[in-house]
Design a protein. Structure first.
Length: 728
């Protein structure tokens, strides 16, 4: 028998094996004879029937199926059916990820069986054959991740179809005439799927919102939010409720609080910030000590339980920071006004006040409700100027006021002292094993029509790190204050598990090609070598690649009532206390902290744990939407550079092409494998490379290349490059 015939026979044998298990596992209580099985899997030829009979005998002999009576076959049990989440690729195939399996299960598109990306499914896992990967078939949908999808209307005479813009959505959606509403052909819409009958090729849906014309800026931004189920306006009743709140500062309320209005206080935020939810106060004490207050907007004073404002804040769980706007968690009357710690305005705050010595050690702490009056509002650039120069004059080119202005010497002393203390705290964190990710953040200068004029990179300097360290201090100390109590008190923690060792080993394999390595001797050595790696790649061609892969090797930080510490920060206790304007978990933390300060007993953890899961999920959706908005703006920016050549780095390699990130602007696009005409390339998963079969040419992760813009698709957020040449 020729090799080709043998290969074909083995392939058919494997297909018959899968078919047998498919039939038997689909009907675990029933037994079948070979004719019934042949009919169900479409075998009509003599050779196929003989292979089927032979395979049934072999599987019975190996005890992989049972024969309850002569000539009839039955599944052993439901042991090969597991539950997991399905992830569908843009090419139509899928993988199911399950905690019960050590590897992902590959699902061909014809066995997805109407599951959508992100659904929780039951999957039958075929017994492993000679193929390297597990394969399976979706047997049932346990829970849909979502039922609403964004797409383009394709109008027919008496009905319409909506073509989803998400490439992972493999079917269009049928819209009956009565469910079209006012949508027109070509509109970008949000559609809700309400039924998918067995005999129907497409699910049925109803158009619930018309987003606008594809390609228009506001249409595309609203579409990003809609894809993740994130709102972009507040219900009228919520706006009305918020506007009716009494936001005046009352003398009766001040008497219940520690009065900090006469203490030097200031905020340091981005130039364009509108919500200032944290402020620092500074007072020099005797004996080379300092009193430092971290003052946080007292959102819980206004957002009360069992109100529509509370319900809305909980549902949103987070503000969403898109490339051109902020979608706030709270209505503007609170987020930008009543709760925003604006200069020269009295505000209610919840504070963590520390006495610290010259070595940045906390010698005394206090937590409670306060009232403050911020003296100054600084942009990061202004605070950075004070740190670098020690001057009290803020020059016009960085001033957020009208022209140059001066601050008092006591402000300069406070900023300089806080910077020194912050650097000592940061140094101790690093020595304890904290990992620092100073990943470059891409920003855009937009014109009045939200068109991108240029790209710039946001860099964290000393002023940013000053604020970061004192926020970390407050978050850590609040968590310790409650977390160290006995018996255990219910609390909301921000936790971060240890990194995935397999991903770290894979990362080590990649970075070793650039002359770097990770030490696996101990937890501390891993952290130290990761920090060294991140420092060593700064300014190198592989920097963004290494930064991205290092972040991916880390576990995701989540909210929970079960404290396991924060690996990345090297803290045993950590929470989120400092941003209640934009994060709902901080509101929960404020309420619990005040409850315990008032002598309250520990409540049951279950409701808080459910809230934590919801907040973690919403945070993840918001992060995805933020990334999509940056990607959208990058494509919009590159539309004006069609045909131009750019130097880039290969940032990803897949079986269908290479991803290239342009060095000068961080825009990432794809060179499709079908567009590489100089050779026939195959994907080498071990080397993260495409290899030319004839020439042996290698296109590998981290290689520098020259590309030009081939195609930009704003609607689907795709950016395609043409490869001009690889650089040595």
């Amino acid at each position: 028998m020729s090799k080709k015939k043998k290969r074909l026979k083995n392939h058919r044998r494997n297909e018959i094996t899968k078919g047998i298990f498919n039939v038997l596992e689909s009907n675990t209580r029933q037994s079948f004879n070979y004719k019934q099985i042949a009919s169900k899997i479409g075998i009509t030829d003599t050779e196929g029937r003989n292979l089927l009979i032979k395979r049934l005998g072999q599987l019975t002999e190996k005890k992989r199926i049972q024969q309850p009576e002569r000539g009839r076959y039955k599944a052993l049990s439901k042991g090969n059916v597991v539950e997991g989440k399905i992830e569908i690729t843009g090419r139509g195939n899928a993988y199911v990820v399950s905690d019960k399996l050590e590897e992902d299960v590959f699902i061909p598109i014809n066995r997805v069986n109407r599951a959508f990306h992100g659904d929780t499914v039951e999957v039958y896992v075929y017994p492993k054959t000679r193929s390297k990967k597990l394969e399976g078939e979706v047997k049932g949908i346990v829970e849909r991740k979502k039922s609403s999808f964004v797409g383009i209307v394709d109008m027919q005479k008496t009905f319409a179809f909506v073509r989803p813009t998400d490439s992972r959505m493999y079917t269009d959606i049928f819209i009956p005439r009565e469910e079209i509403g006012k949508a027109k052909d070509g509109d970008k819409v949000l559609v809700e799927i309400y039924r998918w009958e067995e005999n129907e090729d497409s699910p049925r849906g109803k158009i619930t919102e018309i987003l606008g014309k594809p390609g228009e800026h506001h249409t595309e931004i609203h579409a990003i939010l809609a894809e993740y189920g994130l709102p972009y306006t507040f219900p009228l009743e919520v706006e009305h409720y918020a506007k009716k709140l009494d936001t005046r500062i009352q003398e009766s309320e001040i008497r219940k609080r520690k009065d900090m209005r006469d203490v030097l206080t200031f905020t340091i935020d981005p130039r364009d910030a509108k919500d200032f939810d944290d402020a620092l106060s500074f007072r020099e004490l005797e004996g080379a000590k300092y009193e430092i207050g971290i003052h946080i907007a007292d959102v819980s004073h206004y957002v009360q339980p069992d109100t529509i404002l509370e319900d809305e804040a909980f549902e949103r769980a987070t503000s969403v920071y898109l490339v051109d706007r902020v979608v706030p968690m709270l209505p503007e009357v609170l987020s930008n006004q009543a709760c925003s710690l604006r200069p020269n305005e009295e505000k209610y705050t919840f504070s963590a006040i520390f006495q610290m010595d010259a070595n940045a050690k906390v010698v005394k702490e206090w937590y409670g409700k306060t009232v403050i009056n911020s003296n100054e509002r600084f942009a990061y650039e202004e605070a950075q100027h004070i740190i670098e120069t020690g001057s009290n004059k803020i020059p016009e080119n960085i001033s957020i006021r009208e022209g140059e202005y001066a601050v008092g010497d006591e402000v300069v002393f406070a900023v300089k002292t806080l910077d020194k203390l912050a650097k000592k705290m940061r140094s101790r964190r690093m020595q304890s094993g904290a990992i620092t990710f100073d990943k470059v953040e891409v920003k855009f200068n937009l014109d009045k029509d939200n068109e991108p004029e240029s790209v710039y990179f946001k860099e964290a300097k000393d002023a940013n790190k000053l604020i970061e360290e004192f926020m970390l201090l407050a978050n850590r100390k609040v968590a310790e204050f409650i977390g160290k109590r006995t018996p255990v008190h219910t609390f909301v923690y921000r936790v971060h598990d240890e990194p995935d060792e397999e991903k770290l080993i894979a990362l080590n394999g990649i970075v070793s090609r650039f002359g770097h390595k990770i030490s696996f001797q101990s937890r501390k050595s891993i952290s130290a070598s990761l920090n060294k790696l991140l420092e060593d790649v700064k300014g190198q061609r592989e920097q963004n690649l290494v930064d991205t892969l290092a972040i991916r090797s880390m576990s995701k930080a989540i909210y929970t009532t079960e404290n396991i510490g924060h690996y990345g920060l090297a803290f045993d206790y950590y929470t989120h206390f400092t941003s209640p304007i934009r994060r709902y978990p901080d509101v929960m933390v404020h309420r619990l902290l005040q409850h315990y300060l008032d002598g309250g007993k520990s409540p049951k953890p279950e409701p808080f744990e459910e809230h934590c899961k919801h907040a973690s999920n919403m945070e993840n959706l918001a992060a995805q939407a933020e990334r999509d908005s940056v990607k959208y703006m990058q494509i919009k920016f590159m539309q004006n550079h069609q045909g131009e050549e750019f130097k880039g780095v290969i940032s990803g390699v897949t079986e269908w092409g290479i991803y290239v990130e342009i060095i000068e602007n961080k825009c990432e696009g794809m060179v499709r494998i079908r567009d590489l005409k100089d050779d026939y390339y195959t994907f080498d998963e071990r080397q993260y490379a495409l290899i030319g079969e004839r020439s042996g040419k290698v296109l590998q992760l981290g290689d520098e290349v020259i590309v030009s813009v081939k195609d930009t698709d704003l609607v689907r957020r795709h950016l395609d490059f043409s490869l001009i040449r690889a650089l040595d």
